[in-house]
Design a protein around this ligand. Structure first.
Ligand code: ADP
Ligand code: ZN
Length: 520
């Protein structure tokens, strides 16, 4: 009788070489693999590109029985399937897009599969539990595990059915994988998937070669042209709508003379594929895209990722900016934000289900805090991912050129009173005119020149109205109305009553010199 193979780290290294051709583990892969081989359950939180797949694929090859992989997207599953098979791993998928169900089921029952990929919808069906009982299981791998948490940015109710399924196989270890690790989501994932707290393996999220910069957007074409001149080489510009993608691509091409192509879901598939292929092959092309672009693209030499408009969340920001500088060379992640981005996002909160609304709001608040912080951007990011980084990094805008922080409590009270006294239906432009006492036809017409707030802001203070208005909108203390005006929201009443102070960040003088006007 053959003795059982020894499943330890040296054995895993040999298998790593034999199966994947890699010399060694990266980051904390070894730890995850070791735990899994020892039958322990883990939650591996690692950034995109860290090599999460390997941490279940390798044990799947080494352990007896099949590793069942839960994955939320058929397209992702098929990608994984292809790459697993390319390494000689016996893998199959059971999805609505597959025609070979019978063969796959037979192979599973015969113990001839290392990996079996299924969607959570399937996994939650009783028949599937019976099916799994018909052969030996090595491991449950739960990909994109944040989908189990309402705090995650991608909640999928079917993920909640995984726990009962896995509980039916108590001896089978679980390995949950995700790149999302904020403080609320992490304990929830452990809890919902039945993984002990000490099973958390958090890998480094720092990308030291990426320089983070976050600026107010005043003229995106000019700002991007400058960025492109500073960072020759391939770049990705994320814009929020198809129209903006097209428009920016045209204008940037005209302004820089470089090859700039658009990418969004509205382009016909051939054009889209051609533009993507051109980008991947190019050494100096810029692609302007919606967030549809980037998933599964392996281009190590992207020199910058720019956001025109705020991303959906800090997780999304990290993931999208993480496409820069995979080769380790200096790269830039630059965001150009506007108050309107937050206003729109906060307006959309009203359409979100009530249970999700708090999580969505927390996500926006975290993003606003990152955008507005006078502190090291990297430190804020890494703390968000549960790390304990140094206070400064020396490679972000705030570390390189410290912004001023100003107490704007009094000014905020003036602005918010003006909002209130004008009936909560006017935009920043009008409010500014009222507050600074402008001679203006519309102000007079509305009788706003007779309000007590007329002309109460002057000199240096007037200059702070714009950044203050932005900050209050980002924080949700000023919220947009349907007709483009501003109304009180969030903590506005506390500020008015003097119960809350307001500090804002003022960009360093050097940045303020630029020409005004343009986008907003
Ligand atoms: P993730 O799922 O964490 O985003 P992937 O599993 O897709 O990352 O892996 C990213 C890339 O890193 C893949 O090309 C993979 O082959 C490679 N990779 C993973 N582990 C190693 C390793 N130990 N040594 C070298 N390359 C690795
Ligand atoms: Zn920094």
């Amino acid at each position: 009788m053959a003795s059982a193979p020894i499943l330890d780290l040296p054995a895993a290294r040999n298998a790593l070489r034999a199966t994947f051709g890699f010399d060694d583990f990266r980051g904390r892969q070894a730890e995850v693999v070791e735990r899994t081989l020892a039958g322990q359950s883990s939650l591996a939180v690692m950034p995109t590109g860290a090599g999460k797949s390997l941490t279940y694929q390798l044990p799947a090859v080494m352990l007896e029985g099949t590793c069942v992989v839960i994955s939320p997207l058929i397209a992702l599953m098929h990608d994984q399937l292809r790459s697993a098979r390319a390494n000689g791993i016996r893998a199959a998928t059971l999805t609505s897009a597959d025609a070979d169900w019978r063969e796959t089921q037979d192979a599973f029952r015969a113990g001839e599969l290392d990996l079996l990929y299924v969607a959570p919808e399937r996994a939650s069906q009783p028949a599937f539990r019976d099916f799994l009982s018909s052969a030996r299981l090595a491991l449950f791998a739960i990909d994109e595990a944040h989908c189990v948490s309402e705090w995650g940015h991608d909640f999928r109710p079917d993920y909640r059915m995984l726990r009962p399924l896995m509980d039916a196989f108590p001896e089978v270890p679980r390995l949950a994988l995700t790149a999302t690790a904020d403080r609320q989501t992490r304990p929830d994932m452990l809890n919902q998937l039945g993984i002990p707290e000490d099973g958390l393996v958090l890998a480094g999220f720092d990308r030291p070669n990426i320089r983070y910069t976050i600026r107010h957007r005043d003229n995106p074409v000019r700002q991007l042209t400058t960025l492109m001149a500073e960072r020759p080489g391939p770049g990705i510009v994320y814009a929020q709508t198809r129209r903006k993608v097209e428009d920016l691509a045209d204008k940037l091409a005209a302004a820089t003379g470089r090859q700039v192509l658009p990418y969004h879901a509205g382009l016909d598939p051939q054009t889209r594929a051609a533009n993507q292929a051109a980008f991947v092959a190019s050494e100096d092309m810029v692609i302007v895209a919606t967030v549809a672009f980037g998933m599964g693209i392996d281009k190590p030499d992207v020199r910058f990722v720019a956001h025109v408009g705020v991303p959906k969340s800090i997780e999304a920001y990290y993931q999208e900016t993480g496409r820069a500088g995979r080769d380790g060379d200096p790269s830039a992640a630059t965001m150009f934000w506007g108050a309107g981005d937050f206003a729109t996002a906060r307006m959309r909160l009203a359409e979100v289900d009530e249970e999700r609304r708090n999580a969505e709001r927390a996500r926006l608040d975290a993003l606003a805090a990152l955008v507005e912080t006078p502190e090291c951007r990297r430190a804020v990011l890494l703390r968000h991912f549960g790390e304990d980084p140094p206070q400064t990094c020396g490679n972000c805008d705030n570390c390189l050129d410290a912004p001023d922080v100003t107490d704007a409590t009094e000014l905020a009270r003036k602005l918010l009173s003006a909002v209130y006294r004008t009936g909560q239906s006017f935009g920043m432009g009008h409010l500014q005119k009222v507050l600074t006492g402008a001679e203006d036809e519309r102000v007079r017409q509305k009788g706003h020149d007779r309000l007590s707030v007329y002309g109460i802001v002057e000199g240096e203070e007037a200059r702070l109205l714009q950044p203050l208005g932005r900050a209050l909108q980002a924080r949700g203390d000023l919220v947009p109305t349907e007709h483009g005006g501003l109304a009180l929201g969030g903590s506005a009443r506390e500020i008015l009553k003097g119960e809350r102070e307001v500090a804002i960040v003022v960009p360093p003088k050097r940045q303020r010199r630029g020409r005004r006007g343009g986008d907003e």
